[in-house]
Ligand binder design. Sequence first.
Ligand code: IPM
Ligand code: MG
Length: 354
Amino acid sequence: MEKNIAVLAGDGIGPEIVREAVKVMDAVAAKYGHKFNYEHALVGACAIDATGDPYPAETHEVCKNADAVLFGAIGDPKYDNNPAAKVRPEQGLLRMRKSLGLFANIRPLVMFDSLADRSPLKREIVEGADFVCVRELTGGMYFGRPQGRSEDGNTAYDTCVYTSEEVERILHLAFKLAGNRRKKLTVVDKANVIATSRLWRQIAKEIEPQYPDIELEFMFVDNAAMQLIQRPTHFDVLVTENLFGDILTDEASVISGSLGMLPSASVGSEVGLFEPIHGSYPQAAGKNIANPMATILSAAMLLEHLDMHEEGKAVRDAVNEAVKSGIVTEDIATAGSKAYSTTEGGDFVAAQIK
Ligand code: IPM
Ligand code: MG
């Protein structure tokens, strides 16, 4: 197959981790006889520096014309403590999601058995946890209008908006995903208080009969926050609105004990985007110490999304092998054992595939 891949490395460690994922995709191309054409484009703080815009029109064109987008990370400390900054890297990210129609953010929680002892939770609680969070990504309070301040500055407001169409499409996606897994779907909401949550619940009940083999349950978000760490093995697929999903996916990511190992996919109407769930880790930029595995596993999700299932599995197996063999970066290496560099991690995975 020949595929066009937009490569948006972004800020901080972005360029280093994306380079390793591209290396791994090249190994896949060589082994399986594919051709990947990469087109690089700017996003985030580096795009602001170069063009004044965190998501330039040119980058949007590159993404739209690609079969998939491989994304690194965005964010720079010079914006973090500067609420007055007029343009922020995050705005680029939100505009990108909306304009590419990326309405579903999919974050699988994968446990690596050899890393279970690194979880802040006890091994017996996390062992066997295997679930996927589906976060709605282009609605809710992130995009609802009006949003802002009163003239005197003493009142601020955000608006949470969902249309039935937005809720239906994400719920269908989640039901289907559950159908390919252990057939259990948890809709997380706050239907005891919030109107949009009641719409979610109503629609979930309406479409439930179309998926008779799926066991559907509802859980209030506060309870879900607790259940996730108390009994993570309870869950198969969780689906929730944008802001709840933002919070719960960060919470869920610590269960595995290795933020540097977790990939994500954002999909929707057009092209899919694949990125590690961690951020731009500016303190490590340029040091060749960042963990490339989350981005490499995101490339595996990208391959699977383009129907290259065997290829995706080969990448996962190679990453597993790296972890088992102790070819890990300093965030995971145990005291006294060698920490490998970003490039050594990518080299090992690429070599395994070949
Ligand atoms: C995420 C991030 C973003 C979000 C920020 C950077 C705008 O936290 O992808 O989860 O809130 O969606
Ligand atoms: Mg977040």
